[in-house]
Design a binder for this molecule. Structure first.
Ligand SMILES: Cc1ncc(COP(=O)(O)O)c(C=O)c1O
Length: 397
């Protein structure tokens, strides 16, 4: 069993399980489910049981939802960015034709789609999702990548026909540049984060992400529901969507929600501690590239400021250690290919279960049923091979 160390651990002082008004449309999840499940290639991703790891940690179960197969993109992200592209296009077609539920795949609407340019900033996966959605619906796409994005990730975005533009600075700087360029050029920006001003697209992104926890609940393999969920956070959209879905389904009995971040870019840890959004600046790069964000999304804040129960941080070494463990051992006796950002929730759960104080505070023990989202596979195969010592295919063979 890997030995991992917590860097920081704290309880959210404002945590309150009483359900709150969520910042989503009333039928937001139902709409997302209907739309996304009709896309070519849709299939719910598998839940893998990590039985040996759970036994070694003295827990009832660890269930890992493996997003590595999602739409062939290798991460959960198409549920968000591509879905937001589809909703933007639907709104534009409705405005132009008066049709209320337009068929986005109809050749009748091709000219409207072709006339739209969508844009986004990315640290990898979100841009790939927006580019993939733009190609599926026939829109033009320009993606701003922040300085830390690897060549492999840029190539993967360009493969869907998107134009790539490089932005100096951090992810948060790239987000601002994409928004400004969209305004100047008359493009449509699809951010996965909200500063409180741009609302529609980040809300659509987050509503789409809710399908991931929704699938986990629909296919949950145990008699009792999850007791703890460890959620990795960048800007917090994925964590907020998952927390919101669990809140909708289970009300005040929702599982204990733990937010997991790399220590140097722990904007959720800082913000929840301060009980207001706080930006983290400086050297925030992380091997967990998708989590290297210094500013929380205001859409996510509305959910997590009360919905998150605890937060913890990890050092960068935790991700490679867990990736190698899953590549060798895996779940249900099968190896699992997990990427650097995707593994963070599981790494956080292992570190918390091994830390006596955190274990006690979280109430982890033989009745604990942990849910984690393996939110990406080998989205950058070169980095994966470098870390694990094998290609993703060699791991699976
Ligand atoms: C694989 C992966 N997991 C988790 C996240 C975190 O999502 P969010 O930024 O919505 O918190 C990201 C973000 O890019 C990601 O790429």
């Amino acid at each position: 069993m890997p030995k991992l160390r917590l860097k920081r651990f704290a309880a959210n002082p404002a945590a309150d399980p009483a359900p709150i008004a969520l910042p989503f449309e009333k039928d937001g999840l139902a709409m997302a489910r209907r739309a996304i499940s009709a896309w070519p290639g849709y299939a719910p991703t598998p839940l893998r049981r990590l039985s040996d790891l759970a036994a070694e940690l003295g827990l009832e179960a660890i269930i890992y939802k493996d997003e590595s197969t999602r739409f062939g993109l290798g991460s959960f992200k198409p549920l968000g960015g591509a879905y937001a592209v589809s909703r933007l296009l639907a709104r534009e077609i409705t405005a132009a034709t008066g049709e209320t539920a337009p068929d986005l795949f109809s050749p009748r609407h091709a000219a409207i789609a072709k006339g739209l340019t969508v844009t986004a900033a990315t640290d990898g996966n979100h841009g790939r999702s927006v580019a993939w959605g733009a190609r599926m619906f026939g829109c033009r796409c320009v993606i701003f990548v922040c300085a830390s994005v690897s060549e492999g990730r840029k190539d993967a975005i360009a493969a869907y026909g998107a134009e790539i533009r490089e932005a100096d600075g951090s992810y948060d700087d790239a987000v601002r540049l994409a928004a400004k360029t969209a305004q100047d050029e008359g493009w449509h920006v699809i951010p996965d984060t909200s500063d409180g001003e741009i609302i529609d697209a980040p809300r659509d992104v987050t509503q789409g992400y809710m399908l991931m926890a929704d699938e986990a609940l629909s296919h949950w393999p145990l008699a009792e529901p999850p007791s703890h969920v460890f959620l990795q956070a960048g800007v917090g959209g994925m964590a907020a969507a998952s927390c919101a879905r669990l809140w909708q389904a289970m009300g005040a009995d929702k599982p204990v929600i733990v937010i997991v971040e790399p220590d140097q870019c722990a904007c959720w840890y800082e913000s929840l501690t301060a009980q207001k959004p706080v930006a983290v600046t400086g050297e925030i790069d992380s091997v967990m590239a998708g989590l290297a964000c210094g500013e929380v999304s205001m859409v996510a804040w509305q959910v997590l400021h009360k919905g998150a129960d605890f937060m913890l941080t990890l050092s960068d070494e935790a991700a490679p250690v867990m990736m190698r463990y899953l590549a060798g051992k895996g779940g249900d006796d099968r190896p699992v290919v997990a990427g650097e950002s995707g593994i963070a929730g599981l790494a956080g759960a292992v570190a918390a279960a091994q830390d006596p104080a955190a274990r006690a505070a979280l109430g982890l023990g033989p009745n604990s049923r942990i849910l984690v989202f393996g939110s990406e596979g080998a989205t950058d195969p070169v980095t994966y091979q470098h870390i694990v010592g094998k290609t993703p295919q060699e791991v699976l063979d």
